[in-house]
Design a protein around this ligand. Structure first.
Ligand code: 13P
Ligand code: ZN
Length: 293
């Protein structure tokens, strides 16, 4: 079934020499380093998936289907014949920054959408197994395709400031947490006018957390996982980091104010409405190396 594996590896390796993919690996290394530096990726914390299907032609996709496959617990019909770069389970972001090839895997979803081929391309250095949060990543990636979204990246990180916020009972609802985050800094409502979704504590790596998260992403670009971390969707990995960074800034301002013994005033409804109503510039068109697929 596998055929001439050596030929396959060589030809697939050609595929991974594409300049666009090299640029993505560069971005993976850069963002992994920042996540580690921020302390948002202790041990193996955090994971990501990037839909790279657009870089492959039909013949190249056919070749990926020769790799050994793993059945999926659920069928993802819209993901049939899609390709993802996914962070490897148990891998550290600090290692990812030094060597993304060894810490990322490439997954090709089968024609039926009920299995995935692991493109175990030793020639390119890819050998990891997908993150334990694979179910959530695939569910969100499928939702993005259904919405015909330009967003191709899903990122999960343990953003300390946001986890701390979800430990405080008054902020364990979508309404309360958004009102706090928007109030702490004008950029938050400017860049995340739809706010964040809030998922009550659910066991990580389960189908339950995937289902709950999917619901959260119906109307948001960022979802908080109570007492665990957060997940975001974006066009690029850099942009995904930005979404989390903006929110972390707001949370940090809140905790800094509290550390003085005082209660922060927050932006009032009038000020927030002014920002919402202010005409916005078109989002920037990213050039390489900040790729769009
Ligand atoms: P993985 O190493 O399997 O990606 O798990 C990290 C994590 O943050 C789980 O929520
Ligand atoms: Zn996690």
């Amino acid at each position: 079934m596998i055929g001439n594996i050596e030929h396959l590896l060589n030809t697939t390796n050609d595929v991974f020499q594409k300049n666009e993919l090299k640029s993505i690996f560069g971005q993976i290394a850069a963002v992994a380093q920042i996540l580690w530096d921020r302390g948002w990726a202790e041990r193996n914390a955090g994971n990501f998936s990037i839909n790279i299907t657009g870089f492959f032609n039909a013949a190249e996709l056919d070749r990926l289907s020769f790799y050994p496959f793993q059945p999926l617990a659920k069928r993802y019909p819209e993901l049939a014949r899609t390709v993802f770069l996914i962070s490897g389970t148990g891998t550290r972001m600090r290692d990812m920054a030094n060597n993304p090839f060894e810490n990322v895997c490439c997954v090709f979803v089968s024609d039926s959408g009920s299995a995935y081929h692991l493109v175990d391309d030793n020639a390119a250095g890819l050998s990891a197994k997908p993150t334990s949060e694979l179910a959530t990543h695939l569910a969100i990636q499928q939702q993005l395709l259904q919405k015909k979204s330009l967003e191709k990246v899903v990122l999960h990180a343990h953003v300390t400031e946001l986890i701390a916020l979800t430990q405080l009972p008054p902020y364990t609802s979508e309404k309360a947490v958004n009102s706090l985050l928007w109030g702490m800094h004008p950029e938050t409502i400017l860049f995340l006018p739809e706010g964040v979704g809030f998922i009550p504590y659910t066991i990580p790596g389960t189908e339950d957390i995937a289902v709950a998260t999917l619901k959260g992403f119906e109307h948001h670009k960022v979802v908080l996982w109570e007492k665990h971390g957060c997940m975001t969707v974006a066009r690029t990995l850099s942009e995904a980091f930005d979404n989390l960074d903006i929110l972390a800034k707001s949370a940090k301002i809140y905790f800094l104010c509290k550390s003085t013994g005082q209660e922060p005033e927050g932006l009032n409804n009038m000020q927030l409405k002014e920002i919402r109503d202010y005409p916005q510039a078109e989002p920037p068109v990213y050039k390489k190396p900040d790729f769009s697929i």
